[in-house]
Design a protein around this ligand. Structure first.
Ligand code: NAD
Length: 497
């Protein structure tokens, strides 16, 4: 049976007026499980209008009341996250434990946002000039747009909306059309937590919906996460329309393994970070850079471990699920073909996988390539699948040069027991998030998440204090309480006395 997945406006499902829909599939079976509404411009405007109408009252709702709702949202999420994990697995394909993991990381941002009263505190200066005081406040922007990718249908929206809502904004979330149901589940949870109508809304759709969010004057900011070409488009279009934009893009994450590294730890990390979530993570490691004579041992150890990965239906006892769509599965498989043709050594071939799942699932097992060179498409392109490339280099400097000359700069890691080398790496590498003997260095909610170079357009990262700054604007207020007779004309520029 297929279901219809609609928009969500004013705490209710909203069918919209467009008759366009897109199929939603279960990647583990290949079956179409639903049809998601694709908004036309009028539908998008109706959702944005609801967020605009709700803004004045929500902005003026006390911090005590706002945070009480946030705490309830957090408690409900904690209690009911298995339901959400099942939805994620059914539409995205990742295994249930991984789906629960992404919810927990999103929940941490809701917990961070529960502390919003402290985060919004401004400064106060008494007697800045004689009997003149100055103070600062941070105020919400208005309705804000969030556009999210398929690979984290719960966590990525939660990087943004708890902070946005806590700060007094209203939200329009445009989820990926590939796995749109998680957003509706989260909207229902907000309703149950007591969030007023119109504060959190969901707009389902494709480019039409995105373009309306980017150009509609009522929408004050855009938080986008997705591939680099779309991130660039979103950034240029949104900023040209006068909006604040943070657009997080694609990645090609390298890990350097130095000769003194603990190779068992490094091999575990390469397998976990290369093949977890079938490589469909923006923080996945897709290139292991083996320095000096570690390469042979490292490749053996990675292969030994990767062979034990059980590829299969995420609701069973599998380690790795299917890819999100058939089109994406075939694209990733074509990269494996291209790598083989280009002369890389196929150590483990995911094309021959025997999955624990339905015949029509979008299966591809872990693939390990050795002797990859920087001119091969498996190296140059973001594959976004379970394909790990080993590049052999002679020195740390060569490894660093490889990373720093890559257009992306999302995440990276170094494996070593040499504190000096690690310290040099954290200082020299041109990447936004760095792990030292840690493969997927996703920062905690109270730090900020974001890459450098082609992995992020805009200057503000997600969540943490940067997130609070993004969703608020500063106001400085200068005050004098004096007998008006002390005034008098003075056309000169105000000076302190
Ligand atoms: P995508 O760019 O295809 O889609 C992202 C969003 O943009 C979706 O909501 C989609 O509906 C919308 N969109 C797609 N085409 C559009 C168009 N032509 N015009 C306007 N909007 C459009 O990305 P995806 O395939 O859903 O997600 C995977 C990508 O996201 C990878 O490149 C991955 O690295 C990246 N990603 C980055 C981060 C990060 O933090 N930097 C996190 C997660 C995912």
């Amino acid at each position: 049976m297929t279901t219809t997945i609609t928009h969500w406006v004013n705490n209710k499902a909203y069918p919209g007026t467009s008759s366009n829909t897109a199929p939603v599939t279960n990647p583990a079976t290949g079956a179409v499980s639903g049809e998601v509404a694709l908004a036309n411009v009028e539908d998008a405007r109706a959702v944005i209008d609801a967020a605009s109408a709700a803004f004045p009252a929500w902005r003026d709702t006390s911090l005590a009341k706002r945070t009480a709702i946030l705490f309830r949202f957090r408690e409900l999420l904690e209690a009911r996250k298995p339901e959400l994990a099942a939805i994620i697995t059914a539409e995205h394909g990742k295994v249930l434990s991984d789906a629960l993991g992404e919810i927990s990381r999103g929940q941490e941002v809701a917990e961070f946002a529960c502390g919003i009263p402290h985060l919004l505190k401004g400064g106060y200066t008494e007697n800045a000039s004689t009997k003149v005081d100055v103070h600062s406040v941070r105020q919400p922007l208005g309705p804000v747009g969030i556009i999210s990718p398929f690979n984290f249908p719960a966590m990525v929206p939660m990087w943004f909306f708890p902070v946005a809502i806590a700060a007094g904004n209203t939200v329009v979330l445009k989820p990926s059309e590939k796995d749109p149901t998680a957003a509706i589940w989260l909207a229902e949870l907000w309703k149950e937590a007591g969030l007023p109508d119109g504060v959190f809304n969901v707009l389902q759709g494709d480019k039409t919906a995105v373009d309306e969010l980017l150009t509609n004057k009522a929408v004050k900011s855009i938080s986008f996460v997705g591939s680099t070409p779309i991130a660039e488009y979103v950034y240029s279009t949104g900023t040209a329309a006068g909006k604040r934009v943070q657009a997080l893009g694609g990645a090609k994450n390298h890990a350097i393994i130095l000769p003194d590294a603990d190779l068992d730890l490094a091999a575990d990390a390469m397998v976990n970070a290369g093949f977890g979530s079938a490589g469909e993570r923006c923080m996945a490691i897709s290139v292991a850079v083996a320095v000096g004579d570690v390469a042979d041992d490292l490749v053996d150890k990675i292969a030994e471990r990767a062979k034990t990965i059980k590829t299969g239906d995420g609701t069973r006892n599998s380690d790795m699920g299917p890819l999100v769509t058939k089109v994406h599965r075939d694209k990733v498989a074509s990269y494996v073909d291209a790598g083989e043709q280009a002369g890389a050594t196929v150590v483990l071939d995911g094309r021959t996988v025997d999955p624990d799942g339905a015949a029509d699932g979008f299966w591809l097992g872990p693939t390990l390539f050795d002797n990859v060179t920087p001119d091969m498409s498996i190296y140059t392109d973001e594959i976004f699948g379970p394909v790990l490339s080993v590049v052999r280099v002679d020195s740390y400097d060569e490894a660093l040069e490889l990373i720093n000359s890559n257009p992306y700069g999302n995440g990276t890691a170094i494996f070593t027991n040499d504190g000096g080398a690690a310290r040099r790496f954290q200082n020299e590498v041109e990447v936004g998030m760095v792990g030292i003997n840690v493969p997927i260095p996703v920062p905690m909610a109270y730090y900020s998440f974001g890459g450098w170079k082609a992995s992020l357009f805009g200057d503000t990262h997600a969540h943490g204090t940067e997130g609070v700054h993004f969703f608020t604007r500063a106001k400085a207020i200068t005050t004098r309480w004096l007998d008006p007779s002390h005034g008098g004309l003075n056309l000169g520029f105000p000076q302190n006395a």
